[in-house]
Design a protein around this ligand. Sequence first.
Ligand code: BDR
Ligand code: CA
Length: 316
Amino acid sequence: MKKIIFDTDPGIDDAMALLLAHACSDIELVGITTTFGNASIENTTRNALYLKQKFGMSAEIAKGVNIPLDQVRTEPATLVHGENGLGDIKIPKIIDTQISPLIAHDYLIETIKNQPGEITLVAVGRLTNLAMAIKKAPEIGKLVKEVIIMGGAFGHNGHTGNLTPFAEANVYGDPMAADIVINADWPVTLVGLDVTQQTFMSNAYLEKLRVSSAKYGQFIYDITRFYAKFYNDDLGLDGFYVHDSSAIMYLVAPQIFTTKQGRIRVITDGPAKGHTLFKSSDRVFSIDEWAARPKQTIAINVDPQVFNQRYFDVIC
Ligand code: BDR
Ligand code: CA
């Protein structure tokens, strides 16, 4: 059984990933920490509480901070995820679910320390909570099993950015946090646009899911109508990429991904803000601020057919 804490900004594709994790018999969803991005921290936290209540999750939920480490706010992605963050479906006003008294980064530290060697962090939003946790308590690095991140874009298969031409949205939203988390003393895998933009769920696939999964199908179909319209308006696609579920899929089916190891740095400011750089060679240059960085893993290919089949099988 893989125990995870899911760090997320639900978010339509975040909700799809959360349901995948909840439905997957190999995963124990220990906690959910919320971050800002697809919507405000109030909305992403409310959405997490709503999903927990609606689908009967036992995971504890801890709310994160509302601003990136560099204090430069970006607007919530309402164009992609709707005003409420869940494609503007109706959400009950009163949600009868408790929130942790701990702020997200303290919740991460406490839970990791209480279960040494057992927790995998799966992060699918801005990396602010993880960065604050590892800065405050660097000793948790050795206690975490692994860190899987949906974020970044390394140019494989031509994918370099989705929010700007050279930055993926989660990294752009808190590039300092991303650089800290990726270069901390814990094993990191980045599942970035290189692979998430190889995945694709068509509207026909969503329709099939709708009629095949009594528990999740209609809900996933409903929240994704807004998302699908954005992809259609923006890119002319009849469906969408499956970003955040790719991180959960990597956890349970790493064999369908191809990976590479190397050192990673994040551009934290300027015209390439949020750009992720990857150095695979071991050559040490005369000026080399990379040498001291840990080697981490990036995913560069995925089998999209097996991905969709696996998502379908778990959800249905
Ligand atoms: C990432 O940005 C967010 O909008 C999605 O939820 C995903 O985590 C994709 O770049
Ligand atoms: Ca997300």
